[in-house]
Design a protein around this ligand. Structure first.
Ligand code: 6PG
Length: 248
């Protein structure tokens, strides 16, 4: 595991934004475009705000940046629980990638399964024509940003959910366990996440200390118990962890 220890969430945002910008610039130099998937929750808020600052935003060609979402809640894009709305309010509305570069999961859908299938077709339409866009039958994202729940979920892949074992589809509809609102969600599947070149995990807060410690100290057992522990990007899986989550 590649671990970057951060003093606090502000420091984490700076660290991740630097890695993000470097990765984007390298990909843009190599192939002229790059793709990423954003996550929801509270942890990435500082990062999204940081990325919209000139220090980082100016260094990235947003017109060649293609933005997807690792998961979405089944709510309209204007809803306060929408992952898209959070990214738009804090980040995308300020860097303004072309509208066609932002691949939203349509949380306002009536059928989550239909929308998961539409989102899969949207990803296929983007990645299949591109050189290097597909490997092993799955899309090759340059970067997927993920959070982790205290139960070890990531995206909307929750412990014990049969969809964790999905090996064909790229996106599926799930129902989050009790306590995770709103429950109806659409999520990328584990094979999509694991075919990404790079994954950045953002881990902040004392609530994540136990699960992070388990993943660090007992990885084999953690892989059975926690979806996040089963993430292995093709090149780098970088865990950005603040002091509270490290437990110091
Ligand atoms: C979501 C996220 C989810 C999130 C974790 C951690 O849609 O909620 O994709 O996987 O990253 O639940 O959330 P916090 O950052 O709020 O702790």
């Amino acid at each position: 595991m590649e671990i970057i220890r951060c003093a606090n969430q502000t420091h984490m945002a700076d660290q991740v934004a630097g890695f993000f910008r470097d990765l984007a610039q390298r990909a843009l130099r190599e192939k002229g475009w790059w793709s990423l998937a954003l996550c929801g929750g509270m942890t990435p808020r500082h990062l999204y705000e940081r990325l919209s600052c000139a220090e980082y935003a100016r260094g990235i060609a947003w017109s060649a940046t293609h933005i997807f979402f690792g998961d979405e809640r089944c709510v309209p894009p204007t809803h306060e629980a929408s992952n898209y709305r959070m990214a738009w309010d804090l980040f995308l509305s300020r860097v303004l990638p072309p509208e066609t570069n932002v691949h939203r999961i349509r949380g306002e859908c009536t059928s989550a399964d239909d929308e998961a299938r539409r989102y899969e077709e949207d990803m296929k339409a983007f990645f299949m024509p591109r050189e290097g866009g597909i490997a092993g039958g799955f899309p090759v994202f340059d970067l997927i940003v993920l959070g982790i729940g205290p139960d070890g979920h990531t995206a909307s892949l929750f412990p014990g959910d049969p969809m964790l074992e999905e090996r064909e589809r790229w996106a599926v509809a799930v129902v989050a366990p009790h306590g995770y609102e709103p429950p109806r969600r659409i999520t990328m599947t584990l094979p999509v996440i694991n075919h990404a070149k790079n994954v950045f995990f953002l881990v902040a807060g004392a609530r994540k200390a136990a699960v992070f410690r388990d993943i660090l100290n007992t990885p084999d057992a953690a892989r059975i118990r926690y979806p996040a522990a089963r993430v292995r990007a093709r090149e780098r899986t970088v865990w950005f962890v603040d002091a509270d989550a490290v437990g110091i």
